[in-house]
Design a protein around this ligand. Sequence first.
Ligand SMILES: Nc1nc2c(ncn2[C@@H]2O[C@H](COP(=O)(O)OP(=O)(O)OP(=O)(O)O)[C@@H](O)[C@H]2O)c(=O)[nH]1
Ligand SMILES: [Mg+2]
Length: 249
Amino acid sequence: KGANVVMQTDKGKGQAVIQAFDIIDSPYVIMIDGDGTYLPGEVNIIIDALAEGAGHVIGNRFANPGEGAFTRLNKLGNRILNKAFGFAYGEWLNDILSGYRGFTRETISNMVLNQAGFEIETEITVECVRQEVDIKVVPITYLARAQGAPTKLNPLTDGFRIGTTIFKMAKINNPLFYFSVMGGVTIFFGLVIGTYVVIEWMANITHVLLAVLTALIIISGIQMFIFAIMGDLIASLHKETMRAFRKQK
Ligand SMILES: Nc1nc2c(ncn2[C@@H]2O[C@H](COP(=O)(O)OP(=O)(O)OP(=O)(O)O)[C@@H](O)[C@H]2O)c(=O)[nH]1
Ligand SMILES: [Mg+2]
């Protein structure tokens, strides 16, 4: 009773969330999955944290998962993605993909969101880290999906998409991580080809072109590391500027 239901104009969870954020203008905004796996009664846990000054609150599903709430694959995937996020952004938030979250109006107006699908939680979390929003993780209950309520999330393809989003968004937010990974992979390939060239050379077969290629690949890899450091410098300076800018506001 009293609910205002709006039809989404397109498809996907992200699209719905972005559209809703556009419409709602209450001081606190709560986001909750519609499949009955979260308890609306626990909303106070989230609101309390917002009232205490957090800009974004994440309900941690791992605090109290019901029986069968996570499949084994789901748990593993979540663990990997949370770890990857921690490495890429230096923030260990336990449950970045949670569907039970709270925001202040200010946080919502500052976030720039574009992901239409299940990458939306990742994008929200990255945006909050980037904007240095005070993020608070609170324990919540997580129940198994009701029988006959199918999931829309494909653990493999959506998991892969989320992983890619974490990596891609690190390019701006943590270039040191992003370009070091690129550099590392490039040098690794260089070394693999190089090893082959050397082994062949010891058997008296010389691959001149491959040897040149190896050198080029390894040099490119080293350059990516240098760019990682440069990018990190630029990102740090930018962060400082933004901090000063926010203070002024
Ligand atoms: N409005 C809207 N909401 C969506 C759409 N797709 C997913 N959702 C919401 O996103 C929630 C999460 O989707 P689920 O399929 O339950 O995926 P999940 O909770 O991440 O993973 P499971 O553990 O498999 O349930 C759903 O409960 C819906 O509320 C969509 O196209 N439009
Ligand atoms: Mg669900």
